[in-house]
Unconditional design. Structure first.
Length: 141
């Protein structure tokens, strides 16, 4: 079953997105963040981390590949990583850890693989919309 919802929000209204995510996300979930450069992927993760009172300094893990906030909120940036390297670097094993795993630049191949092995997957496409962003949230169960 596929659930899909669109939310239009400014940076000041990201609580509309996070509150919906809190409703639909499983305890263990992989969340793909898709959007152009500077579309607001890290900003959304930063808002979620802040709203959960985990940490106030969120940056994109571009060079470190992964950041951990609290005990179970993971943030990945796979921009420079080839799909085959995801396996050899042990990133797949990280997804077995309990929590929410937010992935920037994950790609369709990784998404299809994770769905095929029964991970809970949510895809968030972020698009510009006037002076705001459109968040297209799709959950596959």
């Amino acid at each position: 079953m596929i659930e899909k919802r669109e939310i239009i929000a400014s940076v000041d209204e990201l609580n509309l997105v996070s509150e919906y995510l809190y409703e639909i996300l499983d305890k263990n979930c992989i969340i793909f963040l898709n959007g152009n450069l500077a579309s607001g992927k890290t900003t959304l993760v930063s808002h979620i981390v802040g709203s959960l009172s985990l940490d106030s300094s969120v940056t994109s893990p571009t060079f470190t590949i992964q950041h951990l906030y609290g005990d179970n909120l993971y943030h990945y940036d796979l921009y420079r990583i080839e799909t085959s390297d995801i396996f050899s670097l042990g990133i797949i094993e990280e997804f077995d850890k309990e929590g929410w795993h937010f992935i920037e630049w994950g790609g369709d191949t990784l998404e299809r693989f994770l769905k095929s092995v029964d991970y809970a997957v949510v895809k968030i496409d972020i698009e510009p919309h006037l002076h705001e962003r459109k968040y297209i949230i799709e959950k596959v169960s």
